[in-house]
Write a protein that binds this ligand. Sequence first.
Ligand SMILES: [Zn+2]
Length: 482
Amino acid sequence: MNYQPIIGMEVHVELNTKSKMFCGCSADFFGVPPNTNVCPVCLGMPGVLPVINQKAVEYTIMTGLALNCAIQPHNVFARKNYFYPDLPKGYQISQYELPLCLDGFINIQTEDSDIAKRVRIRRVHLEEDTGKLTHVNDHSLVDLNRAGVPLMEIVTEADLHSAEEAYAYVTKLRQIVRYLGVSTGDMEKGAMRCEVNLSLQNVETGEWGTKVEIKNLNSFRAVRNSIAYEIERQHRVLAEGGVIEQTTRGWDENRGVTFLQRSKEGDTGYRYFPEPDLPPLELDPAWIEQIKASLPELPDAKLLRYTAAYDLTRKEAAVLVEDAAVADYYERVVAATRDSTGVTPKLISNWVSGELFRLLTDSNTNIAEVKIKPEHLVALVELVNTNAINQPAAKKIFGAMFATGRPPEVLVQEMGLQQMSDEGELVGIVQQVIADHPGPVEQFKGGKDTAIQFLMGQVMRATRGKANPQLAEQMLRRQLQG
Ligand SMILES: [Zn+2]
């Protein structure tokens, strides 16, 4: 039997507003002692009234627009009723029938495919986060600092068909919320949490299998590995003539398996009804337009612009636009170029995604802390273009620029790396190398052209890497052939 995985995702994204969703407590509770970042509203005391955080609404609209959704002017918050120790009110304020954003899409690209794939977004709604439980031995600790932090839930249609696609989707989603600045998107810190709905479709009959939910996926790796595992598991069950039960499963990172958590109840268990303490939220279309006009350039648009305006390949551009701060740095360098010197955006791209990335990784430095001034990087490429220094020297100087932030012209002098591009300077060295290595000279004269590489190496060695390689090779050939 031939099956195709059918996958939908629900991603919860914590918004980095200043205050919580319905009260004035801080939404940033990092390092705060447990249960101190709370007030009667987020603790769910009787008689208190919630007030909607406008920034959270704005951030959700921004996200909805970035995901090509239609923004709904008429919104209603709803109570989702259930009891759990991390939910002191006994209900969560969420949105049910009337969410903020509907019917969008984003394009994703997996590593092994050149073709972008569209993933439809069913809805984006706004709700409040719960508290946090920490399980210690046979009991659990409750911390309500997180209770009431604004949380956005982004739900896709079941358009994903593999672990790789799901991985590409969450990666793209994180990139977008980071570009927008609405969330850190740090999965490891819980700012992004994923749930997966997965079933196998019988390709011959078109029939969909029973849907299984995998909850609480807290890393990109967990998303990819849990889906890959669950696809395998369902295949195995079906191959053995078994039945897939509608269940909620967890992911055991250490054992690399999904495990049964509970049988799934439907939405009816939550007894949703409109939140009586909040009036419907009516949005001014002019405000939505204003938010739309102020959106930053998004990754897809940036990538297209880079390939068109800077003559970069899709891959080269993708590396640069991955992080908005990197793209920003790159563009500042491009802006610092002067027309006449042949410092192209492509050459700059090579330096940024080559040497700069390598040094950032090696020294565990953030792009925001880079000391190399844009005009200095341009100057370095100019020095190479005008043959003042050769490529290996440029790399050494780049390293020194990275470490000190000093201009390349000064470093060239101090480090004695000026390229020897003068025949008069080189002629004695070339003649000496020929005199000292009769063997390779004979080989070359006997027709072994590659012997020139050895002699070139000797010239570079004698000049401590400073000889202009093209000129040195020319001179060698002239001497040997003459
Ligand atoms: Zn509060």
